[in-house]
Design a protein around this ligand. Structure first.
Ligand SMILES: CC(C)(COP(=O)(O)OP(=O)(O)OC[C@H]1O[C@@H](n2cnc3c(N)ncnc32)[C@H](O)[C@@H]1OP(=O)(O)O)[C@@H](O)C(=O)NCCC(=O)NCCS
Length: 310
């Protein structure tokens, strides 16, 4: 390796800021605000989790490892989320990103992560590091007209957070893929996910919250970022989805649906859908059994809420 080249974690806020500049330059279609948000508002990531290649005193390539824990059936498993893979445009095709990615893989292995996840459009590139594509189902559907909204309100953190957190846990703890969230993570995530707070809705029956949805207005549709609801109460997501689409001003809905979710929400079953291949997973060692791997990679047994995007 070139003696002028060093690969390591960031050591100061100044270096993290340099990575923000680097990402802003490397990604054509993403606003700088996005990188700042994920760098400085995510309280779970430490300086050394941002891996960089430094040459002659300047950062030329980066990979971030977001430390997470995910539910996998009855187990909780350490997961490293890969994000902000970038090399300065003038320094590309010299193998720099590959070197930082290899460092990041080793970094995760040493930390005891069993899984790594990333989203990408250049899937072939990541195959060389052991990543495999997950085929996820993106359902596109029209929502039913907005009806009774008397149970629906905009989420208020101090009033609703504790109940929403409990609902999240009870809905997700048996699934494969969702992030294990504690109160600190929730606080951080609400900051770094960049959602429109007016599109975080709760469904309440008196004092009790029995469902919620978080969404984003997109061109031509409303994207569901996350939802949860009390078992057997399918009228709740119906009402929430309809009201969300109305508030966003886009009557069409886009929602990722895992096999598990598909079973419990008939609203999403027989509509137009497409296969999404943005997600990739890599496994370290043999800590994840073959059946779970097959479920993830082949059968869409994977729930990932877009609010957790890194
Ligand atoms: C992707 C990126 C980080 C690669 O950085 P790099 O330092 O040039 O990478 P390396 O030199 O290690 O490897 C270059 C490889 O990247 C692959 N690659 C880069 N851009 C690609 C693209 N748009 N589509 C497919 N492959 C691509 C090439 O296949 C090349 O492979 P080769 O070694 O067989 O020639 C860099 O092009 C970049 O910053 N792109 C913009 C940001 C981005 O898209 N990041 C990835 C988000 S998932």
């Amino acid at each position: 390796m070139d003696p002028q080249v060093e690969i390591r974690g960031c050591r100061s806020r100044k270096e993290l800021q340099e990575v923000v500049e680097l990402c802003d330059e490397a990604f054509d279609d993403t606003a700088r605000e996005y990188f700042e948000r994920h760098m400085f508002k995510d309280g779970t990531i430490s300086q050394e989790d941002t891996r960089v290649l430094v040459r002659g005193g300047s950062i030329v390539s980066s990979v971030q490892v977001f430390p997470r824990t995910i539910y996998m059936g009855e187990k909780k498993v350490r997961m490293g989320g890969i994000g902000n893979v970038a090399t300065l445009p003038s320094e590309r095709k010299k193998g720099y990103s590959e070197q930082v990615m290899r460092d990041a893989m080793e970094f995760m292995r040493q930390k005891g992560f069993l899984v790594s996840l990333l989203t990408t459009t250049i899937n072939d590139y990541y195959k060389r590091f052991g990543f495999q594509t997950l085929n996820r189902r993106l359902v596109k559907t029209d929502v039913i007209p907005r009806q009774d909204q008397s149970h629906i309100e905009v989420f208020d953190f101090s009033r609703d957070a504790a109940q929403v957190m409990r609902l999240y846990d009870s809905d997700n703890a048996k699934n494969t893929g969702p992030i294990v969230r504690d109160a600190d993570y929730w606080r951080s995530q609400i900051d770094f996910c960049g959602e429109d707070p007016k599109l975080f809705l709760v469904w309440r029956d008196g004092e009790e919250i029995l469902g919620y949805v978080r969404g984003r207005k997109e061109t031509g549709s409303t994207k569901i970022l996350e939802y949860a609801f009390a078992n057997g109460r399918e009228e709740i997501p119906r009402a929430l989805f309809a009201d969300l689409a109305y508030r966003a001003g886009q009557p069409k809905l886009d929602v990722f649906v895992s096999r598990t979710e598909n079973k419990r929400l008939s609203l999403l079953q027989s509509r137009q859908s497409e296969v999404d291949t943005y997600f990739m997973a890599a496994f370290f060692g043999d800590g994840i059994d073959d059946r779970t791997r097959e479920g993830i990679l082949t059968h869409n047994d994977f729930t990932f809420w877009l609010t957790d995007y890194f």
